[in-house]
Design a binder for this molecule. Structure first.
Ligand SMILES: *Cc1c(COP(=O)(O)O)cnc(C)c1O
Length: 344
């Protein structure tokens, strides 16, 4: 029997994985909310929302951060004392700062200088540091360079999101969705509507429905300015675009984690429509949701409209990606919206 290369690191690694697993064991699953919508409920079309805003760090990125840390640890990419670095303009950095603190590792978020003060405060709350670059496109190279300089590990969510999650089942978001839907009148959703930032969520759900041979189809609700729409149609990985103005979704370059073969439909939603749908859904729910949730709700209404026209019954499901409380000064503020999204 050969000895492990470093007993000390072996101990740390086992402890680190154990800490994440214990944290997971203490966690509750997120709620699935059934929301009857007038004009649809009465014709047998049901809307569901999986509330990812209730994770400890406030968004669906909590799942991704947990998966990325476990993936890095189990790959032997992360060891005691190493700095963790991520290119992120927000939610992922908040969630990764939480897990870095859990493991006692330094964390640096690399982001554009324009990142909101609220996001910066949340990252710093969990003990993370922020490293600013002038333009959004610089975050990738700056992250790589920081990793070299500090001997740290660049997590690289845009590359690894699609493979860090176990898509077959057991504890991923898709598995939870189908379990929670089990007693509904239409338990297998006709449409599952998600936004794509890394593309990880659409990839996990897309693979899961194929593996379990469900008829559910995955629709990506993409904001104006995102490159994903053209890439989905053409398959051209060299495409670039201006980028999205809806936080968390839509990218200016084709990210490795966005797997177009797993996306059955893609609907582009204008910023004004995303914001209007965000407010509409917030009113239906009695609490505020974030803008990317609005993008999905708008796409959902379009898909549900087509189902109604065709006399189809069934269910549609989307995610509440994060809470509107994060955007009180921006997308939920009338003055900010009319200044930043003027009517043409
Ligand atoms: C990341 C993110 C998404 C998209 O999820 P991916 O799995 O990265 O594609 C949607 N909404 C918000 C608020 C996000 O932060």
């Amino acid at each position: 029997m050969s000895k492990p290369p470093s007993p000390a690191r072996g101990d740390w690694l086992a402890q680190a994985i154990g800490r994440i697993e214990a944290d997971f064991q203490r966690s509750a699953d997120t709620h699935l909310i059934a929301l009857p919508i007038a004009g649809f409920a009465d014709v047998g079309i049901d809307f569901y929302f999986k509330d990812e805003s209730t994770h400890p760090t406030g968004s669906l990125k909590h799942r991704l951060a947990r998966s990325l840390f476990l993936y890095a640890l189990c790959n032997g990419w992360l060891s005691e004392g190493q700095t963790v670095i991520e290119a992120s303009s927000g939610s992922t950095a908040v969630s990764e700062a939480y897990f870095a603190r859990l493991l006692g590792l330094p964390f640096i978020a690399v982001m554009p200088r324009s990142t909101s003060a609220e996001k910066i405060a949340q990252i710093e709350f969990y003990g993370g540091r922020c490293h600013f670059v002038e333009r959004a496109a610089e975050v990738y190279d700056a992250s790589r360079q920081l990793a070299r300089e500090t001997g740290g590990h660049y997590m690289d969510q845009f590359t690894y999101a699609e493979r860090a999650t176990d898509w077959r089942g057991n504890n991923n978001i898709a598995d939870s969705i189908f379990t929670q839907m089990a007693h509904e009148r239409h338990p297998i959703p006709h449409w599952i509507v998600v936004g794509a930032g890394t593309g990880g969520t659409s990839a996990t759900i897309g693979r899961y429905v194929r593996y379990h041979r469900h008829v559910s189809r995955v629709c990506v609700s993409d904001p104006a300015g995102s490159v994903f729409a053209d890439y989905w149609r053409t398959g051209d990985t060299t495409l670039t675009s201006s980028g999205s103005r809806i936080e968390g979704i839509g990218r200016p370059r084709v990210e490795a984690s966005f797997i177009r073969e797993l996306v059955d439909e893609l609907l582009t939603v204008s910023d004004r429509d995303s914001i209007a749908a965000m407010r509409d859904l917030s009113a239906h729910l009695g609490r505020k949701v974030g803008p990317s949730t609005g993008t999905s709700f708008h796409a959902m209404l379009q898909l549900a409209g087509a189902m109604k026209t065709n006399g189809m019954q069934g269910s549609l499901l989307a995610l509440i990606c994060d809470s509107g409380e994060r955007y009180l000064n921006t997308y939920h503020n009338d003055a900010w919206v009319s200044q930043n999204f003027p009517l043409a």
